[in-house]
Design a binder for this molecule. Sequence first.
Ligand code: TIU
Length: 221
Amino acid sequence: MVTLSAQPYDYEFPTYDGVALIIIDMQRDFLEPGGFGDALGNDVSRLQAVVPAIQSLQQAFRDRNLLIIQTVEGHQPDLSDCPPSKRCRGQSALKIGDPGPMGRILVLGEPGNAIIPALAPQPGEIVIEKPGKGAFYATPLGGILQEHGITHLLFTGVTTEVCVQTTMREANDRGYECLLVEDATESYFPEFKQATLEMVRAQGAIVGWTATTAQVLAALA
Ligand code: TIU
């Protein structure tokens, strides 16, 4: 059994092969000016801070030949997978599907929808395209995890309280042992990130554990 020092208590996994690194939505649409996050009125520059931590985890998983799954939030060009309730939400001038400086907002295949170059997947690494906030809804993620015999998920990416937390809760309900890497996830709202970390690990890890990148790397060493 491998023991990873975490909150609210140690996180344990029987084999390295059962652990996957999940990198949520590290896309230009959320991290760069002119994308979806910016259109919603957010300061997107805050999210850059977690790129080095995610890079170090990505490298550690590559070095060990362990499973890395990235997700991207995006819609088909005809928006057939975007409910009107999602497209019309909010008061921004630019809505999902509208042309922006990086192409159409939150549309698959557009320049702004790509994963940032610093975290670009290598050939053969899995990228899940998802129309919702949770990565299990309307995607093949569950089947892929089963095929690989994955039981433990380490979560990173953005934003903490939206797509990361939604996916973590979906995973928790499906029986996965989930850990959120504290300094490898970020929000446009620091108080929402802090609240998410606390609510995840409250009540004896009701949704899962939290740990730092250094603690995860120590367990992988
Ligand atoms: N708006 C916001 O905080 N997040 C999203 O819309 N998607 C993700 O979290 N990826």
